[in-house]
Design a protein around this ligand. Structure first.
Ligand SMILES: Nc1ncnc2c1ncn2[C@@H]1O[C@H](COP(=O)(O)OP(=O)(O)OP(=O)(O)O)[C@@H](O)[C@H]1O
Length: 534
C-alpha cells in the first residue's frame, strides 16, 4: 500500500514539476508579451502625438482655407475679366484685320491689273520706239530638257549640279533669261522670253500682230536662231515628220510659226474685199553656201541674188507658186522639206543641215487711200522707188498694187563640231553652217556699230537676207536655247548673238506703197516688167 502510495505521490510530484515548468514557460511568454505591449503602447503614444500635431496643422489649414479660397476666387475672377476683355479686343482686331486683308486683296488686284495694263502700254511704247529706231525684235525660248540631253549620262548624276544634264539656263520672267553656273550668273534681256512649258500658241500670239502689219504694207521677217537641237525647227514648223501637216481648220497644238502664220494670213485676207489680195510662195534652202530652190524640178541648180534697178534684191530664178489656201502652201512647204538637207548628228537625229527660207509674197491691189497717202508721202520716205514698177501690173488693170514679203527662216544650227560628232562631207556642211552664221553675226555687228561697210556679201545667207536684216522689214529673231549644261558654250553664244541683234538700229520701218507708175497715170500707163518684186 505504501509502495502504491509512494508511486502515486511520485506521479503527482512529476505532474506538479511539469506544471511548474509550463507555468515558468508561460510566465516567460507573458513577460515577452508585456514588453511587446509596452513597446507598442509607446509607439502608439508617439503616433498619437504626431497625429495630434498633424490635426492641429490641419485644423489651422482648414480654418485658413476659406480665406485662401476667397483670395484664389478673386484672382481667377480678375484673370477671367482680363482674358474676356483681351479676347473681345482681339476678335475686334481680327474683324478689322479681315477687313484690312480684304481691302489689301482688292488693292493688290487693282495694282496687278494696273501693272499688267502699264506693262502692256510700256511694251507697246517700247515696240513703237523700237520700230521708230528700226530695232530688231528679239525673243528667247528655252526648250524643255529632252531625252537626248541626258544620253550616255550616269543615272545617279542626272540633273545634279556639275553634271552635263544640269539645267543652267533659267527663265527669270517674261523678259529675262539667266545662265547660272558655279562660275557666273549672266542675265540676258529680250522683248519676250518663253519658258520651257510655253506652248507653240504663246509664240504665235506674239507673231500674230506682225501679220496684220504685213497686210498694212510692211515687209516682215521671222527667223529662228540657235544651236543644233535647240528647237528652231520645232518653233518654226512644229514636227519633223514631213507628212503630218494638219489640214483641219484649227491649228494642231504642236504646229509651229510657219503653218500658223499661213493660216492666219489667209484668215486676215478672207476679211478683206474679195480679189484684192493674192499670195505666192517660194521655198528655198541655203546649203553649203549655195541657194537651192526646193520647189524646182532641179533642186540642185544654184541660184543667185540679184539687185534690181531700184536697188532691191531678189532671186528671179526661184519658183514662186501662186497659192490660195493654207493647205496648198503647206503642201508646197512639205514638198520642199522632203528635199531639205537633214541628217543625224550626235546631238539629235534630225538635224537640219541647211537654212530654210519660206517666203510668202502678198500682192495687194491698193485701195484709193493708198494712192492718196502715197501722193502725200515726201520723196524718199517711201521704201519703193517712185520710178519702180511692180512686175505683174498688167493683171491688175493698172490698179496700184503693193507687194509685201513674209520671210520665215529656220536657220541651220550653230554647233560645236566636236559635240555634233560629224566627219567628212558632214564636216564641210557644219563648217559652212558655222561660217554663214558667223557672217550673220558680223553683219549685225557692223549694223550695230553703224559701220559704213556691212559685209552682207560674205555669205549667200546674209546676201539673201540683206533686205530683212539691214532693210526696213519688221524683223523678229527667235532665239532657241537648250537648258542643259552640256551646251552652255553654244547657249551663251546664242544669247549673246541676240543681245547684239537688239543693238541694231536701222531707222524707222517703212510701209510699202503702190508704185508711182500706177499712181501717176493709173488709167493709161503701161507698166514695165521689173525684177523689183516688192
Ligand atoms: N519647246 C519644245 N517642246 C517640246 N519639244 C521640243 C521643243 N523644242 C524642241 N523640241 C524637240 O527637240 C528636238 C530638237 O528640236 P529641233 O529639231 O527643233 O532642233 P533644231 O534647233 O531645229 O535642230 P537643228 O538645227 O539640228 O535642225 C526635237 O525632237 C523637237 O521636237
Amino acid at each position: 500500500m505504501l509502495h502504491l502510495k509512494l508511486a502515486q505521490l511520485r506521479g503527482e510530484v512529476t505532474i506538479a514539476k511539469k506544471e511548474t515548468s509550463e507555468f515558468y514557460s508561460d510566465l516567460e511568454i507573458s513577460d515577452k508579451f508585456k514588453s511587446y505591449v509596452i513597446e507598442k503602447t509607446n509607439k502608439l503614444r508617439k503616433d498619437a502625438l504626431n497625429l495630434k500635431q498633424e490635426l492641429v496643422k490641419l485644423k489651422t489649414f482648414v480654418e485658413e482655407m476659406p480665406k485662401q479660397f476667397a483670395q484664389y476666387f478673386n484672382r481667377a475672377g480678375t484673370i477671367f475679366q482680363h482674358q474676356t476683355a483681351a479676347f473681345e479686343s482681339r476678335s475686334g482686331n481680327i474683324t478689322a484685320l479681315a477687313d484690312e486683308v480684304a481691302q489689301l486683296k482688292n488693292s493688290l488686284k487693282e495694282i496687278t491689273e494696273r501693272h499688267a495694263l502699264e506693262k502692256k502700254r510700256r511694251q507697246e511704247l517700247h515696240n513703237t520706239l523700237m520700230e521708230l529706231r528700226g530695232n530688231i525684235r528679239v525673243h528667247g525660248r528655252i526648250r524643255p530638257l529632252m531625252e537626248f540631253d541626258v544620253e550616255n549620262e550616269d543615272i545617279t548624276s542626272l540633273g545634279k549640279p556639275g553634271s552635263r544634264s544640269e539645267v543652267v539656263v533659267h527663265y527669270v520672267d517674261d523678259e529675262n533669261i539667266c545662265v547660272r553656273t558655279n562660275k557666273h550668273n549672266k542675265v540676258f534681256e529680250y522683248e519676250r522670253v518663253y519658258n520651257s512649258t510655253e506652248k507653240q500658241e504663246a509664240i504665235f500670239d506674239e507673231v500674230q500682230p506682225m501679220l496684220t502689219s504685213l497686210l498694212d504694207g510692211y515687209n516682215v521677217s521671222i527667223m529662228a536662231y540657235g544651236q543644233t537641237g535647240s528647237g528652231k525647227t520645232h518653233t518654226m514648223l512644229g514636227s519633223h515628220r514631213n507628212d503630218d501637216y494638219n489640214p483641219s481648220h484649227d491649228p494642231h497644238p504642236d504646229e509651229g510659226v510657219i503653218p500658223r502664220a499661213t493660216r492666219e494670213l489667209f484668215r486676215l485676207i478672207e476679211e478683206k474685199p474679195v480679189g484684192t489680195h493674192s499670195l505666192e510662195v517660194s521655198v528655198v534652202e541655203v546649203y553649203n553656201n549655195d541657194i537651192k530652190d526646193l520647189l524646182s524640178r532641179d533642186p540642185n541648180a544654184k541660184h543667185d541674188v540679184v539687185t534690181g534697178g531700184d536697188g532691191q534684191l531678189s532671186i528671179p530664178t526661184v519658183t514662186s507658186k501662186p497659192v490660195d489656201n493654207v493647205d496648198s502652201v503647206m503642201t508646197l512647204v512639205q514638198l520642199g522639206l522632203k528635199t531639205r538637207k537633214e541628217s543625224a548628228t550626235l546631238v539629235h537625229e534630225h538635224s537640219s543641215r541647211s537654212h530654210l527660207i519660206v517666203t510668202l509674197t502678198v500682192t495687194t491691189k491698193a485701195p484709193s487711200f493708198f494712192a492718196k497717202s502715197f501722193a502725200a508721202e515726201p520723196e524718199g520716205n517711201t521704201s519703193i522707188s517712185k520710178k519702180g514698177v511692180v512686175g505683174n501690173l498688167q493683171t491688175t488693170n493698172q490698179q496700184p498694187v503693193v507687194r509685201t514679203k513674209l520671210q520665215l527662216v529656220d536657220l541651220a544650227g550653230s554647233e560645236c563640231v566636236g559635240m555634233s560628232g560629224v566627219k567628212g562631207a558632214a564636216l564641210r556642211e557644219a563648217s559652212n553652217i558655222n561660217k554663214s552664221l558667223s557672217a550673220l553675226a558680223d553683219v549685225l555687228g557692223a549694223l550695230a556699230e553703224h559701220r559704213t561697210h556691212v559685209p552682207y556679201r560674205n555669205s549667200r545667207l546674209t546676201h539673201f537676207l540683206q533686205d530683212s536684216i539691214g532693210g526696213d522689214a519688221k524683223l523678229l529673231i527667235l532665239l532657241c536655247v537648250s537648258p542643259a549644261q552640256r551646251y552652255i558654250t553654244e547657249s551663251l553664244q546664242c544669247l549673246g548673238f541676240g543681245q547684239r541683234a537688239r543693238q541694231v538700229q536701222r531707222g524707222p520701218t517703212k510701209r510699202r506703197l503702190p508704185s508711182s507708175a500706177e499712181k501717176v497715170a493709173p488709167e493709161n500707163t503701161q507698166s514695165r516688167p521689173n525684177s523689183a518684186t516688192r
